[in-house]
Design a protein around this ligand. Structure first.
Ligand code: SF4
Length: 381
């Protein structure tokens, strides 16, 4: 039986962060309650699905938004419905994304006893001035408390997110962030360069001259120092933005990268199985309306062409430290990667500066410098 991943998008937040362009709306108890009822209906609509009623799910990931706004009672109602509807591995990885201001030690205990075994905490920075700039609704003390409580109540798999290249942040401050993260001993750390997305508060502040974007070179140095500092401390870089102690790589993400089937529920969530990609409407009202009519809230779907699938395989593999498995590419597509993409590889070879890729053990991998230029590299394929 195939293994699959299950993602649920909970689109609620206490406030909108200054850099955020994810689909999220301001929380309000009635809408959250209505949403859970609708979500339970959406789960039900997949009970006879030709693929997802047959597979075993190896991971559940509650993302958002701020899933940790759910009370344990609300979480348990969702879990009960999932258990009635689908099959799950006994040793499932069950992650909840959490924002520090929405957690207490008690709530963490309750989540743990509901079966959540991986916590992904949106710390973003260990400097209050950075958090203010990002418009986060927590402070450093709250973030540190949550990491400590998570250890104390018995979470064995704790991940934190950090953001670099925040306006005004220096290299020294960023390295202090990394060192503080290591002291607090999570098993997994994700780091993202700040993207200034159109329409966000931060973009307006930059346009009006109130803030200044970081220089590309500063961002590059911050990224390269992250790789060095984490690898010295036993956090292996297994993906462009992800670092983990051995055995703590995120299984759910690995399933996306491996083309495993995944079902995603909730507004704006994307699913994939058997070459088909489908995504839900990105609007809570439209979501409610479809569910009320007994229909899946699907916005659109597409069947991937061979070319799209090959490119997706390349782009996902290039994000990983293990790179493109040349043999696997041939097995999947009956085409030689090196032959088909030789002109792209030639262009990469002619890049002036440190080499962007290596080719070893039949794997084509990006170097750290290659990761820095990931988007440009992908543009060559
Ligand atoms: S908590 Fe996350 S999803 Fe919510 S507004 Fe902030 S960045 Fe966006």
């Amino acid at each position: 039986m195939d293994k699959a991943g299950l993602y649920i998008h909970l689109p609620f937040c206490t406030q909108k962060c200054n850099y955020c362009d994810f689909y999220s709306i301001k929380t309000n108890p009635t809408t959250v309650e209505n949403f859970i009822n609708a979500l339970i209906q959406e789960i039900h609509l997949y009970s006879n699905h030709q693929v997802f009623s047959q597979v075993k799910f190896a991971s559940i990931f509650l993302g958002g938004g701020t899933p940790s706004l759910l009370s344990s009672n609300q979480l348990n109602r969702i879990i009960d419905k999932l258990n009635q509807t689908f099959n799950f591995d006994a040793d499932i990885e069950f992650t909840i994304e959490a924002n520090p201001e929405s957690l207490s030690s008690n709530k963490l205990k309750e989540y743990l006893s509901s079966g959540v075994n991986r916590l992904s905490i949106g710390v973003q920075s260990f400097a209050d001035e950075n958090l203010k700039k990002l418009g986060r609704s927590h402070n450093v003390q709250q973030a540190e408390n949550v990491i400590r409580w998570a250890h104390e109540v018995g979470f064995k798999n704790i991940s934190i997110d950090l953001i670099f290249a925040i306006p005004g942040q220096t290299q020294t401050q960023w390295e202090a962030n990394l060192n503080r993260a290591i002291e607090l001993n999570p098993n997994h750390i994700s780091t993202y360069g700040l993207t200034i997305a159109p329409g966000t508060v931060l973009e307006k502040r930059i346009k009006s001259g109130l803030e200044k974007c970081q220089e590309e070179e500063t961002e590059r140095q911050m990224y390269l120092s992250t790789i060095n500092i984490f690898s010295e401390q036993g956090y292996n870089q297994y993906e462009i933005s992800n670092f983990a102690k051995p055995g703590f790589e995120c299984l759910h993400n690995e399933m996306y990268w491996n083309f495993s089937p995944y079902l995603s529920l909730g507004p704006s969530a994307h699913s994939y199985w058997e070459n088909r990609r489908q995504w839900n409407v990105s609007n809570v009202d439209k979501y409610f309306e479809s569910i009320k009519n007994g229909e899946k809230p699907i916005a659109e779907f597409e069947n991937l062409t061979l070319e799209q699938k090959q490119l997706e395989f390349i782009f996902l593999s290039l994000r990983r430290s293990s790179g493109i498995d040349i043999d696997k590419f041939y097995q999947l597509f009956k085409t030689s990667f090196l032959e088909k993409y030789k002109s792209s590889i030639k262009k990469l070879e002619s890049y002036q500066g440190d080499s962007l890729f290596t080719f070893e053990d039949n794997r084509f991998k990006l170097t750290s410098e290659g990761f820095v230029l990931y988007n440009e590299v992908c543009g060559l394929f």
